[in-house]
Design a protein around this ligand. Sequence first.
Ligand SMILES: [Zn+2]
Ligand SMILES: [Zn+2]
Length: 890
Amino acid sequence: MPEQSPKAYEPGKIESKWYEFWLEQGYFTPKIDHQKKPFVVIMPPPNVTGKLHLGHALTDTLEDIMVRWHRMKGEPALWLPGSDHAGIATQVIVEQQLAGQGLSKNDIGRERFSEMAWEWAKKSRENISYQHRMLGASCDWTRDCFTLDEGPSRAVRTVFVHLYDKGLIYRGERIINWCPRCQTAISDLEVDHKDIEGHLYYIRYPLAEQEGFVTVATTRPETFFGDTAVAVNPEDKRYRSMVGKEVILPVINKKIPIIADAAVDPSFGTGALKITPAHDPTDFEVAQRHNLLLVNVMNADATMNEEAGPYASLERFACRDRLLADLRDKGLLEKMEPYRQSIGHCNRCRTMIEPRVSLQWFVHTKPLAESAIKAVKDGSITIIPEHFTKVYFDWMENIRDWCISRQLWWGHRIPVWYCQGCDGLTVSVDTPLACEHCGSNQIVQDPDVLDTWFSSALWTHSTLGWPVDTEDLRYFYPTSVMETGYDILFFWVARMIMLGLEDTGRVPFHTVYLHGLIRDENGEKMSKLRGNVIDPVEAISEYGIDALRFALTTGSSPGNDINLGKGRLESSRNFVNKLWNASRFIFQSMDAEVVKGQALETTEAGRPQCIEDRWIKSRLNRLIDDVGKLMGSFQFGEAEQQIYEFVWSEFCDWYIEIAKIRLRNDDLMPSPLPYLVSTLEKSMCLLHPFMPYITEELWHRLKQCLPGKSQMPASIMIAQYPVADKKSIDAEAERTMEAVIEIIRSIRNTRAQHKIKSNRWIEAQVYADELLPDIASQAKFIETLARVRPLDILSRVERRPEEKETLVLVLKEAEVVIPLAGMVDRLAEKQRLIKEREVTQARISQVNIRIKDAAFLDKAPPHIVEKEREKLHILEDKLGRLESELSQLG
Ligand SMILES: [Zn+2]
Ligand SMILES: [Zn+2]
């Protein structure tokens, strides 16, 4: 006797048990089988600084859906997990830990600092892995990778050396984004731009050889110590005579020339610009054209350096205030105007970026971008949703060189050694013992590390063993799908495409699937400030993992944001409970059947005897077919929605309710159990990728109920994903059951409208023609489910004018006549029919307009046009019947 299912589904108890079971069975580790094409997803590696948030939950759910689906289709499915050392972010955390003890990183030195960061990373990785497990992620832990592992690190050095040798990595002085807090260069992508209310300051620069001034307008007066020229537009008549003369920088009394450059906009400020090439990208370019000096006026922490003379060591904004006061005293500050401008901030620590000239390492990206553009253009890579393709091209076609060096201690150290003897560079994968130019052993490694995204750009192949030609690399590369948020298309996806192609000659993946952001139920961004953040850990403990996964993905579509609130979570939990209760009923019925000693088959061959069995089988196979197509086109949310509707409505609300009646009445044989069981089994298989836990639990309970007879695999995870049996599609049975359901629904609605007590039986006659015998075969169900007795199912030709007062429901395939017996008055009934006639007439004219529209007829496929004609026919038929009912009412 199988154990009884508990009344309520308790996710907490069930979830932990199954994850352990799957792990023990080794289901997450694919077997390499050269006869089969594998399905491969490399997980976007979460930062080791990360705590589980809904974004991870969404990523995990979507990837798990894909991987479980492909695994059930019999493909060797690899989902490779990993984590990212997250350069700046981790360094910031360790520095904060140190600051808590009153220490700085320089106090403890690079080695000890690195040890602390490793300790942090280790703890954090355990936590991350626990979080993935919590979400049911069926990823292969035996292949878990960390960006700083030996393999991926060697890949990083190999790529660096290769690109350097090819001339695609170079070291140069360029204006970069400098974060004074993190004290490192950061890439353009790591800068957030914010609009700030500031000022435009008009400062007078006295002319050197004569009386008078040139007034320049600037938003950054404190950088003026680094001015090396004043520039005007060569066409600007106001300044033409001054070009070639000199001005004196006030306060520090330095002479600088007035130059003419076409890049100057005469309409901005006074038309004269101060040129500070070491602190502004545009000025840097002007300086290149005019051979101007680069004067850096700040220290790494954005305090002023010795170039600022008396202002040295002041913080940049303190310097600004004091300088402005001094200029005002001297009468050199002409005026200030409010000015709004967009200013870059470090996206890690929110500090205002200081653009400054700096000697850094860069990747010359243009040649790499060309092949990456081609791969998307020629269809080797498909981006879903499609509209991101244009965004991708725009970015790639205008790509700028990528600054890859970071002044950090945590990360992949740049594999370059400087010789103190000959000044030569040795660039090498392995640590060299001597300078490759002069043989000196006086060589020092570059102190900087690489941008974190440099290692993640290699993630699709470095995790599979590259540069070593491993079996994994040969079998699993190129991977199938790269699934990630659209917000890191450039940071990550674009760079993976560039470097995947460069390193392996092949695309890193065939499909890019971009998901949207999660917002609250009103579509607002979730933020701590708004107080609308949903913590996935709390959501899981309240609703269960399956309900969270389902709420995150049902009805969603690629690239679109998802609105998640309590309502969605609750309705997902209700669905889980509905499934549980329906299954409990089936299991209990099976026990009874076994007791009666009746044979129980789970696979039914041939066409079923009863219409309702034919119907559920037909609907199920239609669903299987649709779901297969939707999954294949990455419409997971829509697939889920359709499974949900089938299970909730057709299976639970209708088929199971009908089956209950059959099971209660011995005379209504054959038993519906084979269809109950097979529909449940197939529905659970369809649902498994979305809701792995409850489906696994129910699978095992079902297995227990089928002692000795079952061919069911040991886990639903390795069961075959259902394949549609098109022969079972039965339009006739669907038409009948649709009519039966409409009859029951309309009687139920009438009962509700007239507030008839649920235990009261009412009388009804159903009139039909073509479907009469089939509807009649369902009489028992109509009777029970609509609570009508006596129920007569008659031919329309037998219809006589009613003697008593009646209510007539005109349906698609039938009329239902309910004697009123004082339930409603005649007038109200007449009004109701008139109203319904109006609605029907309106719909007829709509359809009429449509099928007479030349454009529609031209464009629509024939079966759609046919459908519209059929609709019109049905509506006209209904209208005719409404007319005759009305004429009978008089
Ligand atoms: Zn910063
Ligand atoms: Zn040397």
